[in-house]
Design a protein around this ligand. Structure first.
Ligand SMILES: Cc1cc2nc3c(=O)[nH]c(=O)nc-3n(C[C@H](O)[C@H](O)[C@H](O)COP(=O)(O)O)c2cc1C
Length: 397
């Protein structure tokens, strides 16, 4: 049976958690309740233990088996972390990485989808700090079931009432399904810049940090795919679950991508591969006086074009970093390279793009249909891109 972690914090709507447990059980899920200490002062953990059939966890320093660090062991087992109801306090702790009790520590340990259902008085919900915390968590890929407007326990009418349990459970089930939506698929992602060497010291490169590609790899893993990440030099940590190859030059990238191409179902070419390399590379550092004589450049292999010729039924996605006529240039590239999708952005926009945690893109599909995103974090953009890829796969099947 699939296991769900249900975080319960000290909101007046805590009694609705009982119905959430029941509804998951009706769908054949097991529920492990994790309560904050304050929640256990509103309702006894015994009630949740009895309802769920598993002892509710409250304090990380009580009853821990020495051979297992409980929050880490449990984090590997759960398919979803749902917090319902979530107080302003819990949301604030998650948003700032505070890990001072079991629930907040558990949040930092899980790799499964996280869903939060806030419940609080309207003033607390609309407070700028709470809204900023919610935005921050959304930017990190956490999903929310927005509260409703209605009669509140404080006898006010306003925003902040916990969403109905059936809506919370439906959204939880949808996220669990999504976390398996690419199971059985192999996704090959390229990321970062390449370096084309002139000599052992100097090279031609670009401003790509690799963030977009790494987020795409992470998101594909979260959806259950087997992921191969081929990256140029980047300061980022590759996801542990990905098969990872580090390359330097466009030629190395081509070789590595070709090696994995056959087994990939989806290929996302997010790397900013250098279009040119030096015609001659010296194995020794070139003296300053001689530099002018040595510099001439030639094109590197067009990896995307080569792949497009043998793509078959695979889904091939390209990126276009442009500074002018963004959409027009992207459509040309989409057609020339027989792509299933191109993700275009204007790299002159300093708020987003290279090195930034944010991006604003247009996703263009073969019929010319374009979806323009808001300015979003690269995590959110990666979700959008993979949603569109899943639509394409759905149509191809
Ligand atoms: C009876 C009662 C009801 C409360 N209801 C809420 C609520 O609905 N939402 C909220 O954010 N805080 C609520 N609070 C305040 C929180 O319990 C308080 O911020 C607490 O420190 C949160 O602790 P926790 O997040 O660890 O459970 C309530 C407090 C009391 C005493």
């Amino acid at each position: 049976m699939t296991l769900i972690a249900l975080g319960v914090s000290s909101s007046i709507s805590i009694y609705k958690s009982c119905e959430i447990i029941r509804r998951f059980q009706e769908k054949d899920f097991q529920v492990q309740v994790i309560m904050t200490k304050n929640a256990s002062r509103l309702i006894s953990p015994l009630l949740f233990s009895a309802l769920s059939g598993r002892e509710a966890i409250v304090d990380p320093f009580e009853g821990q088996q020495s051979e297992r660090i409980a929050h880490v062991a449990l984090a590997k087992e759960v398919a979803l972390l749902l917090v319902a109801p979530a107080t302003a306090n819990v949301i604030g702790k998650f948003a700032s990485g505070v890990a001072d009790d079991f629930l907040s520590t558990f949040y930092t340990a899980v790799n499964c989808p996280v869903l939060i259902a806030p419940a609080m008085n309207e003033a607390m919900y609309l407070h700028r700090q709470t809204q900023q915390n919610i935005r921050r968590l959304k930017g990190l890929g956490v999903r929310f079931v927005e509260p409703e407007r209605g009669y509140l326990a404080c006898k006010d009418t306003g925003w902040g009432r916990l969403a109905p349990p059936e809506r919370i459970v439906d959204e939880g089930l949808r996220l669990i399904k999504k976390s398996r939506s690419l199971k059985g698929k192999t996704v090959l992602v390229t990321a970062g810049p390449t370096r084309e060497f002139l000599d052992p010291v100097r090279f031609l490169t670009n401003r790509s940090s690799g963030k977009m590609g790494y987020e795409l790899a992470e998101e594909a893993i979260r959806r259950g795919a087997d992921v191969i990440l081929v990256s140029g030099p980047s300061p980022l940590f590759p996801p542990q679950e990905a098969k990872f190859s580090q390359v330097q030059t466009a030629e190395e990238m081509e070789k590595e991508v070709s090696k994995h191409f056959t087994k990939a179902d989806i290929i996302i070419m997010a790397a900013a591969v250098s279009d040119f390399k030096f015609a001659e590379a010296s194995s020794k550092k070139i003296k300053k006086e001689k530099l002018g004589e040595k510099i001439s450049i030639v094109p590197t292999p067009d990896i995307l074009l080569k792949l497009s010729r043998k793509k078959g039924s695979k889904v091939l996605v390209g990126f276009a970093a442009e500074t002018e006529n963004v959409a027009e240039n992207a459509v040309k590239k989409l057609k020339a390279k027989n792509l299933d999708m191109i993700v275009a952005n204007n790299v002159l926009d300093e708020r987003v793009g290279f090195e930034s945690d944010f991006n604003q893109v247009s996703i263009i599909l073969p019929g010319g249909r374009a979806i323009r995103s808001e300015k979003m974090t690269k995590i959110e953009i990666s979700q959008l891109i993979l949603d569109k890829i899943e639509e394409i796969i759905g149509k191809k099947c």
